[in-house]
Design a protein around this ligand. Structure first.
Ligand code: SF4
Length: 189
């Protein structure tokens, strides 16, 4: 077997965590900090404001390496909070984070996000997930269609990250799945 395929997998753990001032006041941030500390992260800073600073290294290479090992906890802006149709994947797209710590060379993220490739997880989780309740039962990609109506209302839980890869230090995906289940139960009965 190819060495790369037989190598043991390991969970990504950030070297440092930056928390914006606004994010620091939200309850999901406390859960993220708890998870990061449990994963052994000791470099956790609350920033004096909402701008992410200190991301640049001396070289582009250092900036890249630093960003890929940093998790930022930020407040999602209003533009992120409205679920968008995401054909052909799902009725609605809901982003839990933006940026990914992995290095996949084929990934469209490499060319679609500007600035250092830091991973930003959204701390205002209640706001981010509110669309699940308001949009369950609606949609045109799977909901109500002849071909895919049996799938019910579908949600793509992030387009600009790998939510599973950061789940052990965020917990966002588990909460999102729980809410999708609660909002859509009974729809397909
Ligand atoms: S989003 Fe997926 S494909 Fe892109 S870098 Fe992350 S793990 Fe790789």
């Amino acid at each position: 077997m190819d060495d790369a395929l037989s190598a043991p997998t390991r969970l990504w753990t950030p070297s440092r965590v930056l928390i914006t001032r606004s994010a620091s006041e939200l309850p999901h941030t406390a859960e993220i900090v708890r998870r990061c500390e449990a994963a052994g992260v000791t470099d956790i800073d609350v920033l004096p404001g909402d701008r992410l600073t200190g991301l640049r290294g001396e070289t582009e290479r250092e900036t890249y390496a630093r960003a890929k090992t940093t998790l930022a906890v930020v407040v999602a802006p209003p533009s992120v909070l409205k679920p968008q149709p995401i054909p052909p994947s799902a009725d609605w797209r809901i982003d839990l984070a933006k940026g990914c710590p992995a290095h996949c060379q084929y990934c469209y993220l490499a060319g679609s996000l500007s600035g250092p490739p830091i991973t930003r997880v959204f701390a205002n989780l209640d706001d981010v997930l509110a669309g699940i309740g308001t949009h369950a039962g609606r949609g045109t990609i799977t909901s109500g269609t002849e071909e895919r109506g049996h799938e019910g209302t579908t949600f793509e839980l992030s387009c600009y990250t790998d939510p599973l890869g950061i789940e052990h230090v965020t917990g966002s995906l588990a909460e999102a799945v729980r809410r999708v289940g609660a909002a859509t139960v009974g729809q397909r009965r």
